[in-house]
Design a protein around this ligand. Structure first.
Ligand code: C2E
Ligand code: CA
Ligand code: CA
Length: 725
């Protein structure tokens, strides 16, 4: 014991409070003065009863007790003292040297005894010895309590840490882990102690964890920090994310403490570490990341991620000298459904559409929601157009079946524009833009179909802006012209009808054809104004010819899908007809099959109204769209116009020529009139004649011409075939 500490004990012992008890007052006071002389704080009690009264009100460190007293004897006082102040020791004073009484007192807890009559020196030595031992014991107890408090405090600090605190031995086995591991991962600390830390690492992170521990140059000031996944206990196999901070340590300071509490005592610890649960942060990060790159409604990649993937795919395709395809998909009729059934239904429809589209894709393809009802699709490796066509057909087909939204059954179609790298552009922007342009071309041609981008579709964007401005001006200034292509009876060479085809006399660029501006007119909604002008002009011109001896002359006009789908289509058309006093029976409108199929219910209703008013209806480009023969006999159709491609196939003797045979046979069966378009050669005309198809139109008889030229032609009794080279 250090000298300083021993001094403190002696001084404590000197101040010890002593109760002296005897039934002989003289003896009490002599004992008391003797002890006071040694510096003790002495209280005198005359007899056992008095002693008990004092014990009740005062605290003592030591009692000197006479055993034999009347009424309340020394044993009784000892018992009382034991009960009231157990920490107070006692020395018994015995007049009898009787061994039995003393040994009985000692058995009951007396610390020592003094024989009467006493020797003052012996008495003082005994008291001193007992008081000294007493205070040592107290000091020990005091230290013990402090130690326990301190340990409890540290344990509290360690276990209340928001982090897992652990120690590993040199082999990586846990030798201490705080109780936090139980609330975070479900393991009891004791079950982990002795186990290798690999036991709780996610399998994917084992190598990373082991490597981190062996990294050189790590210490308390330069700890190793890493993010790792830990497995929770049990079968759920869930993992949580932790940020681990660990470093090697000098194991000396705590190996002395062998009291095991909680999860191990840290014996042989070589590493100290903490593990902070960062799962929520990680999940939030992952969500934010997902949100930044995905559309939350459909969970598809968004525009940003799509562009990123496309950029990568282009780099790859360029290096590997491969092709890739970008598709631009736009849902047909989505807006109508969204407006009539509400946004919630619209959202459900988009999800359902996404689900079906995804079913058509291969691994590695990226479908993204580009915005609204637009989707883009990246096919990172295609071999030629046929590959892409096949997917496009699949996509169109998968959306054909109706969608069930609550009790509503709705139909949507999709228009797809395709651009192929490198033919249709070698940058990301070009490929997307060109696919978009191709998609608009599909829309303009009656929707629900697909088209590959071709140069003729592209008008670069500044040009486009100029053109749009010019087109507005053209409508104001009346720069549009109507040309007429004769529909001729091949048997008599007589003109039966005239198809009105719009032209634009551009002040700088000369005569422009529909392919140069029609899709622009549709996109910019200028089409209705354009149509109105064409129709007015055509009605005027044809009325004149009708009055001048051609009462049967038919006027055929083309209508774009945008117009036909307009809710007030019938009224608008009839307004024009009435205003121009044009005989309805001489008017034939040309629409494509796809327009009809887009909304069979609505369109057939409108067509019926028109037919009832005497207007004739022709299906343009017949054979290139749905060719769903089902609707033909249910609709008031008068004429089928065989598409040019089938007529031109006659020349080359391709298999497509058979299609003409089929169409003509069918038209006859359904008692429909038939007009063959694009007739350019004698041979084609001859072939059509033998099939019994007599109405023809094409360069063989001449291209579309201005009204003045037509007047001249009509003045002759027949049209002479124009010879074309
Ligand atoms: P379409 O209705 O199929 O018209 C026939 C197209 O074929 C016309 O082209 C015509 O000039 C061309 N053509 C006629 N005979 C021959 C031939 O023997 N050989 C070849 N190769 N072509 C021939 P155009 O005038 O350039 O019109 C293109 C398309 O633009 C038309 O296709 C029609 O869908 C649309 N269109 C034209 N005028 C109007 C209009 O006023 N309103 C609307 N909505 N669309 C129109
Ligand atoms: Ca036409
Ligand atoms: Ca046509």
């Amino acid at each position: 014991m250090a000298p300083e500490q021993s001094n403190r004990l002696i001084s404590q012992e000197a101040r010890a409070r002593i109760l002296v008890v005897d039934d002989e007052p003289r003896l009490v006071s002599s004992l008391a003065s003797l002890l006071r002389g040694c510096g003790y704080d002495v209280t005198e009690a005359n007899g056992g009863k008095h002693a008990c009264e004092l014990i009740e009100i005062q605290r003592f460190d030591l009692a000197l007790l006479d055993l034999r007293m009347p009424e309340v004897d020394g044993f009784a006082v000892m018992a009382y003292l034991e009960n009231q102040q157990p920490e107070c020791g006692s020395i018994v004073i015995s007049g009898e040297s009787s061994f039995t009484a003393v040994s009985r007192a000692l058995r009951r807890g007396a610390l020592d005894y003094i024989r009467k009559p006493f020797d003052p020196e012996e008495l003082i030595a005994t008291v001193k010895g007992v008081a000294g031992k007493q205070s040592l014991l107290k000091a020990h107890e005091h230290i013990q309590v402090r130690l326990e408090k301190s340990e409890a405090l540290h344990r509290y600090i360690v276990n209340s840490s928001p982090d897992i605190v652990f120690m590993l031995d040199a082999d990586g086995r846990f030798c201490f882990i705080n109780s936090k591991v139980e609330s975070l991962l479900g393991y009891k600390p004791v079950e982990l102690c002795g186990k290798h830390f690999r036991h709780i690492l996610d399998d994917r992170d084992v190598a990373k964890g082991i490597y981190a521990l062996n990294a050189p140059n790590i210490n308390a000031d330069n700890p190793r920090t890493l993010e790792i996944r830990l497995k929770t206990r049990g079968s759920r196999r869930a993992t949580r994310h932790f940020e681990i901070t660990a470093f090697p340590i000098d194991p000396q300071p705590w190996t002395y403490n062998s009291r095991t509490r909680g999860g191990g005592n840290g014996q042989n610890a070589s590493y100290y570490g903490t593990a902070r649960d960062v799962t929520e942060r990680k999940e939030a990060e992952a969500f934010i990341n997902f949100q930044a790159y995905h559309d939350l409604l459909t969970r598809l990649p968004n525009r940003a991620l799509f562009k990123d993937r496309l950029e990568l795919a282009i780099t790859h395709a360029r290096r590997a000298r491969q092709q890739l395809a970008v598709m631009f998909l736009d849902l047909d009729r989505f807006k109508v459904i969204n407006d009539t059934l509400g946004h919630a239904m619209g959202d459900r429809l988009l999800q359902a559409v996404t689900h079906r589209l995804e079913g058509c894709l291969r691994k590695g393809d990226t479908l993204s929601r580009f915005g609204g009802d637009e989707f883009t699709l990246l096919l990172p490796s295609v071999h030629g157009n046929e590959d892409a066509s096949q997917i496009a057909r699949k996509l169109i087909k998968t959306l054909k079946a109706p969608f069930l939204l609550g009790e509503h059954e709705v139909f949507v179609g999709v228009s797809i524009g395709i651009s192929i790298f490198p033919e249709a552009g070698d940058t990301m922007e070009q490929l997307i833009q060109n696919a978009d342009i191709a998609m608009y071309n599909v829309k303009a041609r009656g929707k629900d179909s697909y088209r590959f981008f071709s140069e003729s579709m592209s008008i670069d964007s500044t040009n486009r802006l100029h053109l749009e401005r010019d087109l507005r001006l053209a409508l104001e200034r009346g720069e549009l012209r109507v040309f007429y292509q004769p529909q001729v009876c091949a048997a008599t060479d007589q003109i039966l009808g005239l198809e009105a085809l719009v032209r634009w006399q551009h002040p700088e660029r000369g005569l422009l054809y529909p392919r140069d501006f029609l899709s622009l007119a549709e996109e910019t909604k200028l089409i209705s104004q354009l149509s109105e002008q064409v129709l007015d002009q055509a009605c005027k011109d044809v009325t004149e010819w009708i009055r001048s001896g051609h009462p049967e002359l038919r006027l055929a006009v083309n209508l774009s899908p945008v117009e036909v789908e307009h809710p007030r289509f019938v009224e608008t058309l009839m307004d024009r007809v009435k205003e121009n006093r044009f005989p309805p029976g001489n008017l034939e409108i040309e629409i494509t099959e796809n327009v009809i199929m887009n909304d069979l219910e609505q369109i057939s209703q409108k067509l019926r109204e028109l037919a009832d008013l005497g207007i004739r209806i022709a299906i343009d480009d017949f054979g290139t769209g749905y060719s769903s023969l089902n609707y033909l006999h249910r609709l008031p159709i008068h004429t089928l116009k065989v598409d040019q491609s089938f007529v031109q196939a006659i020349r080359s003797g391709e298999d497509d020529a058979c299609i003409v045979n089929a169409i003509v046979a069918m038209a006859h069966g359904l008692k429909l009139e038939i007009v063959a378009e694009g007739v350019e050669t004698d041979k084609q005309l001859e072939y059509l004649r033998t099939l019994g198809c007599h109405q023809v139109q094409g360069f063989f008889y001449g291209p579309a011409l201005p009204a003045a030229e037509i007047s001249k032609l009509l003045a002759q009794s027949t049209v002479r075939a124009a010879v074309i080279g």
